[in-house]
Design a protein around this ligand. Structure first.
Ligand code: PLP
Length: 405
C-alpha cells in the first residue's frame, strides 16, 4: 500500500496552521515530535472517564488506569521485542534513563580505575552522567571518535577496550549527524570482551525497527515525546540479569517491598526502579502513539523518511555555499548544515519568519561542534508527517534567506 502522507498529516492538527501568515513547516521533530489526535484523545479520555492513581488499587477507576498503564508496558515489550515486561522501566525521559544506569550500574559495577567508553558524537545526556559517575568512582572516560563523514571509527574499539573497560555508551542514531551507528557490530565487539553496552535510542526507536534481543543490547533508552507521545516519559530497557543486580536509583513509594526502621526490602522488577507516582497520563497516552506507529509500520515510516532525506539532501547540495555535516551512508532523517560564515541562529530566525521551524545551535552535542571547529549548525529533521511540500517550502525559503545576506 502506498504511504498515505495526507492521511497521516490529518492526525496532526498543529501542522495545518499558518505562522506569520505563512504555512507552518515543522522541521524540528528530532527535538520533539508533534502529537497526533489519537494521543490527545487518549489523555482526555483518561481524565474524563477513568482516572485514578495506579497500583494497589481498591476501586474501579484506579483498577482501570492500572490496567491501561501496564498495558503500555506490554506494548513496549512487544515493540522492541524484550524478553519480559519486567525489563521495561518507565522514567522521565532518555536523560533520566541514562542517569539511572550511570548511577545504579555504576554503584554496583564501576570501581576506581575502570573505564567507560563514550562516542564522540553523543548528546550531552549520554556524556555528562558518565562523567559524574567517573568522578564519583575515580573511573576513566575514553572516547570513540568519528571521522569527518560522521562514521564512528569502530575499528578503534580493538585498542580502546582494555580489561578495565566495563561499559560502552553509544547513540543508535546521532541527533546532529543523522548517522545510524552499526550497533549490532559494536555490541558484538564489546561483548567479546565482556563490556556491557548502553544504547541511547532517543533518535532510534521511532525511526527504525528495534529488536533488543537480536541486538543483544544490555540497555536501550528512548523518550516518548520524540516518538509522537507526550513529554515526561522515558523508557529504559535493561536485561533482567543486570537490573536484578543493580541497586535502586531512587527511594520512595512503589519501589519497596517492606519498610521498617530496622531495614527496607525492595520491590521486584520493574517497580524497584519506579519510585513514586509515575506519569500515569502520559504513559497511557503514549500507548496511542505506539498503536499509530504499529499501524503505520516502522519500516514504512523509515522508508518514507529516507525518501524525504534523499530529496532534501540533493536540493541542499545544489545550493552553493551550503556545507552539510554528516554524510554517512547509513543516515536517518536529520540534516545539519551551515551556509558560508552566516551564523546558524541568523538563518534560523529568518526561516522562522517564513513559517519554517528549524533548530539552530550545538544541539546538546558540543563535542561534535568541536570536531568540526564550529559554533553550531542549522538542523532540519524529519518524521512520519514530513511532506515533500515541506521540503519545497523550506528550500524556497532558504534560498530567499540566502539572497538577503
Ligand atoms: N540522546 C539523544 C541522541 C537526543 O537526541 C536527546 C534529545 O534530543 C536525548 C538523548 C535526551 O532526550 P530527553 O531530553 O528526552 O531526555
Amino acid at each position: 500500500m502506498p504511504y498515505d502522507i495526507e492521511k497521516i498529516r490529518s492526525y496532526f492538527p498543529i501542522l495545518n496552521q499558518q505562522v506569520y501568515s505563512k504555512p507552518f513547516v515543522y522541521l524540528d521533530s528530532a527535538a520533539s515530535t508533534q502529537k497526533p489526535i489519537q494521543v490527545l484523545d487518549a489523555e482526555k479520555r483518561l481524565h474524563n472517564e477513568y482516572y485514578g492513581n495506579i497500583h494497589r488499587a481498591a476501586h474501579y477507576m484506579a483498577d482501570k488506569a492500572t490496567a491501561d498503564f501496564e498495558g503500555v508496558r506490554d506494548q513496549i515489550k512487544e515493540f522492541i521485542n524484550a524478553n519480559s515486561r519486567e525489563e521495561i522501566i518507565f522514567t522521565k525521559g532518555t536523560t533520566e534513563s541514562v542517569n539511572l544506569v550511570a548511577f545504579s550500574f555504576g554503584e554496583k559495577f564501576i570501581n576506581e580505575g575502570d573505564e567507560i567508553i563514550v562516542s564522540e558524537m553523543e548528546h550531552h545526556s549520554n556524556i555528562v552522567p558518565w562523567q559524574l559517575l567517573a568522578e564519583r568512582k575515580k573511573a576513566v572516560i575514553k572516547v570513540l571518535p568519528f571521522n569527518d563523514n560522521g562514521d564512528l571509527q569502530i575499528e578503534k574499539l580493538d585498542e580502546l577496550i582494555t580489561p578495565n573497560t566495563k561499559l560502552l555508551a553509544v547513540a543508535h542514531i546521532s541527533n546532529v549527524l543523522g548517522t545510524v551507528n552499526p550497533i549490532t557490530e559494536i555490541i558484538s565487539k564489546a561483548h567479546q570482551k565482556n563490556v556491557a553496552v548502553f544504547i541511547d535510542g532517543a533518535q532510534g526507536f521511532q525511526h527504525t525497527a528495534v529488536d533488543v534481543q537480536k541486538l543483544d543490547a544490555d540497555f536501550y533508552a528512548f523518550s516518548a515525546h520524540k516518538a509522537y507521545g507526550p513529554n515526561g516519559v522515558g523508557i529504559l530497557y535493561g536485561k533482567k540479569n543486570w537490573l536484578n543486580q543493580m541497586p535502586p536509583y531512587q527511594g520512595g513509594g512503589e519501589m519497596i517491598s517492606e519498610v521498617s526502621f530496622s531495614g527496607t526490602s525492595f520491590n521486584d522488577l520493574p517497580y524497584k526502579f519506579e519510585a513514586g507516582t509515575p506519569n500515569i497520563t502520559s504513559v497511557i497516552a503514549f500507548g496511542a502513539a505506539l498503536s499509530l506507529l504499529k499501524e503505520t509500520g516502522i519500516r514504512n515510516i523509515a522508508s518514507w523518511e529516507n525518501n524525504i532525506l534523499q530529496i532534501a539532501t540533493s536540493l541542499l547540495r545544489e545550493i552553493k555555499g551550503i556545507k552539510i555535516y554528516g554524510e554517512a551512508v547509513q543516515k536517518s532523517g536529520v540534516i545539519s548544515f551551515n551556509y558560508k560564515q552566516i551564523h546558524p541562529y541568523d538563518l534560523g530566525t529568518l526561516l522562522d519568519k517564513m513559517g519554517i521551524a528549524v533548530r539552530t545551535g550545538h544541539h546538546c552535542a558540543d563535542p561534535v561542534m568541536q570536531h568540526y571547529n564550529i559554533q553550531g549548525t542549522v538542523r532540519i529533521s524529519f518524521s512520519m508527517y514530513t511532506s515533500e511540500m515541506d521540503i519545497t517550502r523550506f528550500i524556497n525559503s532558504l534560498e530567499r534567506t540566502i539572497r538577503m545576506f
